[in-house]
Design a protein around this ligand. Structure first.
Ligand code: UGA
Length: 338
């Protein structure tokens, strides 16, 4: 099988590339702007990498959609601070650039595996979000945070419609706070410059305080990258067509913790297992901050976000295996250079 990965140097793309090369006989064709996260795979005989911008290298992309069996367009901005600061860029990249690729898949009759997001459920009040039943709830237009959620939602709806009306073969997957090595750059000192886990690790290393937005009572189901990749491999493999034209939540309902707990757990782990950084972790203070002050007026938050995973269990035979302490240790080993 030939797999096309656009955004192979990203967090998900780089882990997926490694896993495919290690565990399957598939070829990976790939494009990204940079190659620092996939350095190890560059010389692999089944890895065919092109450095480039997916919004510009149309000829390369179209010709590879034609020759590959399955397409994963993983390029997107996925950092909430940027949804608020630059919603147009989010729309242009996450929506417009990907729409073009989706249409090429329809035209060339290629299987599409597309990253939706847990964010499509927005502020849904269900205790567990169900792919086929839960309502997708966002805020008013002046809350720009929802540009990402609604861009992704409209793409989900288009893909679904292409499936029904024009025979597109697709799978949509919704990551729920996947984390692990190579998530974001912890040296980005901008508040909100990266997602929460890497933000907090960076805060501790720089000797800064940790800011808990609105007190940090909001909860997330943190899902270790290896579990996410395990699900993705099953979706790509598509045994007996098990992933055909389906939507899957891929998250760990068992690891539902508050952002305050995450900050506390991180500090404790560093103090216990990484003596070089223990003094820094001990010195960190947890400071409550209003969302408006941290992200600006355009931000709204999600209080509780738990995936229903029955469909992934039933169709893919998948469930998450890595508990949060193990996943955080592996992530810290990577970022703290152990
Ligand atoms: C994320 C992002 O939108 C995407 O990466 C992705 O599609 C999706 O969720 C997902 O991975 O499931 P969110 O979980 O809100 O959204 O993003 P984070 O930046 O990781 O923030 C998590 C929580 O921590 C938020 O409530 C935020 O307000 C809080 N936070 C963040 C703090 O309290 N302090 C900080 O310094 C940073």
């Amino acid at each position: 099988m030939n797999v096309l990965i656009l955004g192979a140097n990203g967090f998900i793309g780089s882990h997926l590339t490694e896993a495919i090369l290690a565990n399957t006989s598939w070829h990976v064709y790939a494009m990204d702007l940079a190659q620092d996260k996939i350095e190890k795979s560059l010389n692999h005989a089944r890895f065919h990498f092109q450095c480039g911008d997916i919004t510009k290298q149309k000829d390369w992309i179209y010709s590879h959609i034609r020759t590959c069996d399955v397409v994963l367009p993983l390029v997107a901005i996925a950092t909430p601070a940027l949804y608020v600061q630059d919603p147009l860029r989010v729309f242009e990249l996450d929506f417009e650039a990907n729409l073009d690729i989706i249409r090429q898949c329809v035209q060339c009759n290629k299987r599409l595996i597309f990253p939706s997001t847990s964010e499509v459920y927005g502020m849904c009040t269900d205790g567990e979000f169900d792919e086929e039943k839960s309502h997708l709830v966002t805020g008013p237009i002046n809350k720009e945070r929802w540009i990402y959620s609604t861009s992704k939602q409209l793409l989900d709806r288009l893909i679904y419609a292409y499936g029904k009306q024009q025979g597109l073969s697709y799978s949509l997957f919704r990551p729920f706070n996947w984390y692990g090595p190579r998530l974001d750059n912890i040296f980005n000192p901008k508040p909100g410059g990266s997602r929460v886990l890497t933000q907090f690790i960076g805060n501790i290393l720089r000797g800064e305080n940790i800011y808990l937005v609105n007190g940090g009572a909001q909860q997330r189901c943190f899902t270790y990258i290896d579990d996410g990749i395990d699900a993705l491999l099953r979706i790509i493999e598509n045994q007996n067509n098990c992933a055909h034209n389906k939507i899957f939540n891929i998250g760990s309902p068992f690891e539902n913790i508050s952002i305050r707990q995450l900050a506390e757990m991180l500090s404790q782990l560093i103090i216990e297992f990484y003596p070089t950084f223990a003094a820094k972790a001990k010195a960190v203070k947890l400071i409550d901050v209003e969302a408006k002050a941290y992200y600006g007026e355009g931000y709204q938050d999600v209080a509780l976000r738990v995936p229903a995973i029955q469909r992934a269990k039933e169709w893919l035979g998948w469930e998450p295996k890595v508990n949060i302490k193990t996943g955080l240790r592996a992530t810290l080993d990577f970022y703290l250079g152990v």
